[in-house]
Ligand binder design. Structure first.
Ligand code: DAV
Length: 261
């Protein structure tokens, strides 16, 4: 399956800007033959989410923001992973949604490991660890940014049979080590692909470090530079998963009865 990861210029000025940026990426991804596009953390609304953008960017899964994104998926007949501030009753979640090429919601994941005082003040932490969906014969999983820095969170997906972990992110400097070293290591140790789509540029006092990555379970990775918008195109190959899992049998050789919880 060919996938695309958007490395988007941050500094979103509002919902219309976000949706325009996402639509352009969907068109380019479809033109490149991709069947799935992954966009950065809170790609609808911008990261960090400014209070000024909160009212127009936030909504329930059947709200106008998600309806617009579903229309983009249908227009270009491509599956999409986008972030947005999800409202559910009086709670606000830092969420990501996997949308089918027909615009249907295949999965929603709410960021469980919130990062820093700003996020913890604004969002409610998600309460689900492993969220998956089937697409094109593969099992896709969802995590968001900081989640991937917890080996337990990624390993839980590996044990649950995730083939491709889709990770919208908002990774800032000086943490580029996470993109360059940790994400490829996570893919290798849990025997799955990780598609990690980041922002670039500076916004809200934060400098994002790009390095959008598709890391494979065999230790190889495709990476974009730190600066500049772009679209990373990579092919996810089930044969690579099979060969890697046969050669590196971490998931079979685990001894969970020996590990503290
Ligand atoms: N080590 C922290 C990197 C930033 C994670 C986040 O913004 O969710």
């Amino acid at each position: 399956m060919r996938i695309a990861c958007q490395q988007a210029a941050c500094g979103t000025t509002g919902l219309a800007h976000s949706l325009g940026q996402l639509r352009r990426a969907a068109r380019r991804a479809a033109e490149a033959g991709a069947e799935l596009l992954v966009t950065p953390e809170i790609s609808v609304g911008g990261y960090p989410l400014l209070t000024a953008n909160l009212a127009e960017a936030s909504g329930p899964v059947d709200g106008p923001q998600c309806v617009e994104v579903s229309a983009i998926a249908r227009e270009f007949s491509i599956a999409l992973v986008h972030g947005w501030p999800e409202t559910d009753g009086d709670r606000l979640y830092n969420s990501t949604r996997l949308v089918s090429p027909q615009g249907d919601t295949l999965a929603i994941y709410r960021k469980a490991h919130l990062y820093g005082r700003g996020e913890r003040a604004m969002f409610t932490p998600g309460g689900q660890g492993v969220v998956q969906a089937s697409y094109k014969g593969l099992t896709l999983g969802l995590l968001i940014c900081y989640d991937v820095e917890f080996p337990e969170a990624v390993r839980a997906h590996g044990v649950a049979g995730t083939d491709v972990l889709l990770v919208p992110t908002g990774l800032m400097r000086p943490w580029d080590f996470v993109a360059r070293t940790l994400v490829p290591a996570r893919a290798f140790e849990s025997q799955l692909y990780i598609a990690y789509a980041n922002w670039t540029g500076s916004h809200g006092g934060i400098g994002f470090c790009g390095h959008t990555t598709v890391a494979a379970p065999d230790g190889t990775a495709s990476v974009l530079a730190e600066e500049g918008e772009g679209l990373l195109i990579a092919d996810v190959d089930p044969a690579v998963l099979r060969r890697a899992r046969a050669a590196t049998t971490y998931l079979r050789d685990r001894r969970p009865e020996l590990y503290s919880s």
